[in-house]
Write a new protein. Sequence first.
Length: 175
Amino acid sequence: MHEVMIIAAGGGGLTDVNVPTVLWAWVSFIVTFMALKKVAWPMLQAKMEEREVRIAEGLEKAELAERRAQELLEKQEAILEEARQEAQKVIADGRAAAENVRGQTLEKAQAEIAAERDRAKKEIDLERAKAIDELKRTAVDLTLEAAGRVIERELKDEDHRRLAAEVIGRVDSLK
């Protein structure tokens, strides 16, 4: 507004330089600059250095934390891999144990079947032998009775035995 009054009063234009005002502006600037350089600049510089140190420390801490996190991640992955391998081993051991039990059970069942088969064969052989003996006795009795009728006399016990032995011998020879 002051310039407007000067222009209206007819004194100078916008491009006219007022030297005393320019000098006072430069003096004020230099005094303010020196005062700021002596007082404010050291504090400002100290604050900026302090901030720079804090930022550097923060970056260092962040890098350290990142390295530690990476180490922990690697350890965790190693533990996880070890756990996987352990689980695979347990599964393999379980399968082997199951296969072993199955094999033992199969062998035991086969042994029991073989023992039962042998017992049944022995029992059959024993029953066959009993049946053959019974058949022989019946054949001897029938033969003796038939022979006694033919001869029409009763034989003595020794004669019975001798005749029975002969009949048994003939029956055995027919086999």
